[in-house]
Design a protein around this ligand. Structure first.
Ligand code: NAD
Length: 251
């Protein structure tokens, strides 16, 4: 039975590479992106359904899940990948651009997760979130982007246990710099410095492996050029002496 996949940010770069890779493996895909022109092109190339929309609007994710179910009968794999760079610091801080960064890179992942989970719980499935190496290390070249990518790592890890209990795997990929339009003109600087870039397809291969991996729930895969993806090992954070787990205080 072929997998049914939903991919956000699928008109370009890593998302388009995931669409190509999954479709080549027999998956049926629903592609989502705000860039309707390129989205339609990738959808036609991969034989996918598509929905032009903004992931910052929760309705986009709701409609995309509904499209998967209407068209293909169910949903198995979800790649929450749409994202933008921050490209600003303290001296050129702009609250409107900041809000847009957070609503795409963080809210877009939250809305994708909340829309997809009820469907994935039916027969089990997997979610992979595209974070970044900037989700694990302090990248001072783009501090607000760094903040958003750390945020989604926390989200993935906090939901990993509860979702696993419902038969839904969630993981994150943390690519280093990747040769896509997101890095823009910096590509020349990287090549001038002899700095190796990942290809979008190398990241897509890591995303595909994360969907099916037997790693522990909430695995965070670091993807770097010339190496196989490696799960990041979070160091132990000290709890209270005695080692108690905090009680659930939500109710
Ligand atoms: N390129 C890198 O160096 C790199 C490294 C680590 C992580 N990432 C992450 O990988 C993901 C994919 O980026 P990419 O490198 O393929 O860049 P990209 O610019 O090629 O692709 C991003 C896609 O997201 C879409 N998008 C942007 N805002 C959207 C919105 N509001 N709603 C729907 N779609 C939207 C864009 O139209 C684009 O098609 C991003 O989350 C990015 O942060 C990229």
């Amino acid at each position: 039975m072929s997998a049914i996949a939903l991919i956000t940010g699928a008109a370009s770069g890593i998302g388009a590479a995931v669409a190509r890779r999954l479709a080549a493996g027999g998956a049926r895909c629903v592609l989502v992106d705000v860039d309707a022109g390129n989205l339609e092109r990738v959808a036609k190339e991969t034989g996918s359904a598509w929905l032009a929309g903004d992931v910052a609007d929760p309705e986009t994710s709701r409609l995309a899940v509904a499209l998967a179910v209407d068209r293909y009968g169910r949903l198995d794999l979800v790649h929450l990948n749409a994202g933008i760079s921050g490209s600003m610091g303290l001296d050129d801080f702009d609250p409107v651009r900041y809000q847009r960064l957070v609503e795409i890179n963080v809210d877009g992942v939250v809305y994708g997760l909340t829309a997809a989970v009820p469907e994935l719980r039916r027969d089990g499935g997997a979610i992979v979130v595209t974070s970044s190496l900037a989700g694990l290390v302090a990248y001072d070249g783009d501090p607000f982007y760094t903040m958003t990518k750390h945020a989604v790592i926390g989200l993935v890890r906090a939901f990993a246990g509860p979702l696993a209990a419902d038969g839904v795997r969630i993981a994150a990929v943390c690519p280093g710099f990747t040769d896509t339009p997101l890095i823009g003109a910096a590509k020349e600087t990287f090549s001038g410095a002899g700095f190796p870039l990942l290809t979008a397809d190398a990241v897509a291969a890591a995303v595909e492996s994360a969907f099916y991996s037997e790693d522990e729930p909430g695995a965070v895969l670091v993807v770097q050029p010339g190496r196989p993806p490696v799960p990041y090992r979070f160091a132990g954070v000290p709890g209270p002496a005695g080692g108690q787990r905090p009680p659930d205080v939500r109710r």
